[in-house]
Design a protein around this ligand. Sequence first.
Ligand code: SF4
Length: 318
Amino acid sequence: MEEKKYLVEVSNLQKYFKVGSNAILKAVDGLSFRIRAGETLGLVGESGCGKSTTGKVLVKLHEPTGGQVLFEGQDIFQLKGKEQKAFTRKAQMIFQDPYASLNPRMTVGDIIAEGIDIHHLYTGKEREEVIQELLRKVGLNSEHASRFPHEFSGGQRQRVGIARALSIEPKFIVCDEPISALDVSIQAQVINLLIQLQQDLGLTYLFIAHDLSMVKHISDRVGVMYLGTLVELSTSGELYQKPLHPYTQALMSAVPVANPKKERSRQRILLEGDVPSPINPKPGCRFKGRCKYACDKCDEMPEFREAAPGHFVACHMV
Ligand code: SF4
């Protein structure tokens, strides 16, 4: 079978923020990964690890400090005019808090059609038909178009957010913790909707989350971030079966197992120490302060290398 092409290629991405007069917060620091067309790449890590900032850079909501992001082989930060406009149609984002991201004074129909209007895609009856079709696609009804966001549940509002992202027929969607604000009972429904839409429309996702069990369900591959860098990247199956990095092993040990017997014998690895600050981080492995295997060698930053086919890790001990 022919290998799918990469839609998104990120090399040595950096995004720094100035804090106060002389401190630098390194939210993203030397990140490299690629996403194939039609694939879902999950990105996990504790809050503050830089995963949301990465997603925002990929849809150009943030300018990077350094590095490169290619989309269909083009550097997105060099795009101008028509090419830039075309990119804004191809790459969309779904946000964590569906209520905060929807204008409370607009009807759901107008919210969904915002992109259609900006890009002058459809008007009049055709515009109404497209809105109806989008509502249907995300599991809502046609009469929902005339209602306002406050009349919907959290899960329904996230469906509106998804319909809005789909309205301009994107190829790539950054899903930034799209289920974190939802009840557990609703989370699986939204995940299943995203999977169905991907199959129907050939979408490519970057799926950002801290819930590891949901990430496993939707992702082909998963990257684990720690303090602005990737520490491990592998197929979803392999990462959950055989995590190599001490940080990934600790994260995985916290995931409940469906099998009651295995669940009873599950051993949790408790991480010691607090997540260090990304402001002026110390040189060397960022995980050193919390790693039980740390040694002198870890004062040097480990290389992110391929430890097994398609399985990358940054640790001196692997
Ligand atoms: Fe731990 Fe050292 Fe590996 Fe970092 S490089 S994860 S400190 S063993």
